[in-house]
Design a protein around this ligand. Structure first.
Ligand SMILES: [Zn+2]
Length: 424
């Protein structure tokens, strides 16, 4: 433990130097319960400057940790002294960030020339919002854009509504990007919006039949402030922002984890009460305006039958609960639906997803949106962790966007059809 404390002291000393070049992402392999406890303790130390992309929950899968260049030696020494094996997943984060930015700039020029959106590219908020307007104009018989409120920084939050008409039809909710840095989720949602519209237009099953039964509400950017922040400049401080951008009780640590702020066992284990933590739950239930806007919208609609949320990464399809290791009352059915959906997903490129409750597949999480939806009567509630399993993590190359979206679409279609066929 003395070694551990020495490392932390060193890390704290260098944290303020923002040297981005040479940041690594390490893949750390816990081989015992002791290792897991050591890594958990390291993650709990918010002053360490380490960014845990995944978490120590079992010896079955490695933990990915972004380590600032300035702390690299100390962390390696610490892991070796504790006999914890590790490999290098990314040896220069900055290089990937610069490449990602160059691709985006180049793509934006191409899009200006061709006047069309390239689905195989990442886009900023402004471009996504313009895309929504273009899509709505092109498919005005099917799609409308609804304002559901404003963010902390006063950006408008939009939902696309796909509807063939009818009052208060049962509805399906899909959101993406509640965690800002998970760019593949926004990009997948952009592709999905276009695909739902074209499948309907071209009468491709099962979309016309699904839209005969239900309305689909799609929120492409659930955390606009955080998303804008991740685009500010190609350095790790911005690009890996996860939370909202609200002011907290600690002026040095803004932002709340929007997926720990819901009225679902808020503040219980599986969320932090430290504003500097990545999973800070906020000062009170639904303190975050973004969460409140979505929750109010869904509750006032009153007839949602399914709630799905897109995250990355780890390739997991999850259902409630996150706050507890007890089984949800509908666990058997939810597990079966998720298993079938993951099989459909796999049929496209062979991408393998793990299936299970949030608690058992990722880690305990209280105040999460899927638990909120389920506890408020929306039975078919699922969370996706999209590609990959830890080669690029949050920096998934843009050339994987379309294949990720296509396979995810197969799973979503399966679930949406199931929801239509199993009214409750
Ligand atoms: Zn997430």
């Amino acid at each position: 433990m003395r070694v551990y404390l020495a490392v932390i002291a060193l890390l704290a000393a260098v944290q303020c130097k923002e040297l981005f070049n040479g940041d690594h992402v390490l893949k750390v392999h816990a081989e015992s319960e002791d290792h897991i406890q050591i890594l958990k303790e390291l993650e709990r130390d918010v002053n360490s400057g380490l960014d845990f992309w995944t978490h120590a929950v079992s010896t079955e899968r490695p933990v990915e940790i972004r380590v600032p260049h300035s702390s690299l030696n100390a962390v390696k020494v610490f892991l070796k002294k504790n006999n914890i094996h590790f490999t290098v997943m990314i040896n220069n984060v900055q290089e990937l960030l610069v490449r990602e930015r160059e691709e985006m700039v180049h793509n934006a020029e191409m899009e200006r020339k061709t006047k069309s959106l390239n689905f195989a590219a990442y886009h900023d908020l402004e471009t996504i919002y313009k895309f929504m307007d273009t899509l709505v104009a092109k498919h005005s018989n099917l799609i409308s854009k609804e304002k559901i409120g404003s963010t902390f920084e006063n950006r408008t939050m939009y939902v696309l509504k796909f509807s063939t008409g009818g009052e208060k039809k049962p509805a399906i909710w899909i959101d993406a990007g509640i965690h800002a840095r998970e760019w593949i989720s926004h990009a997948t949602a952009v592709w999905l919006a276009d695909r739902i519209a074209t499948d309907f237009e071209e009468n491709r099953a099962p979309v016309p039949s699904i839209l005969g039964h239900v309305d689909i509400f799609l929120m492409i950017v659930a955390n606009p402030d955080g998303y804008v922040f991740t685009h500010r400049s190609p350095n790790t401080h911005y690009r890996f922002w996860r939370k909202s951008r609200s002011v907290t009780s600690n002026p040095k640590c803004p932002g709340v984890d929007l997926n720990r702020n819901w009225d679902a066992h808020f503040g219980e284990p599986g969320a932090s009460n430290d504003p500097c933590a990545e999973d800070y739950h906020g000062p009170s239930v639904q303190s975050e305006i973004e969460v409140k806007n979505i929750a109010d919208f869904i509750m006032s609609h009153g007839n949602f039958k399914s709630f799905m949320t897109l995250h990355s990464f780890m390739q997991v399809l999850m259902y409630p609960y996150g706050y507890s290791d007890t089984d949800a009352p509908d666990k058997t059915e939810l597990h079966d639906v998720a298993t079938q959906a993951s099989q459909a997903l796999k049929s496209w490129h062979g991408t393998v997803y793990k299936v299970g409750s949030i608690f058992h597949t990722i880690k305990p999480a209280s105040g999460a949106s899927v638990d909120w939806a389920y506890l408020h009567g929306i039975k078919y509630s699922f969370a996706f962790e999209l590609r990959d399993t830890g080669k690029y993590g949050f920096l998934l190359p843009a050339d994987q966007i379309v294949s990720t979206a296509k396979e995810t679409w197969l799973a979503l279609k399966y679930i949406m059809k199931y929801v239509c066929d199993n009214p409750y």
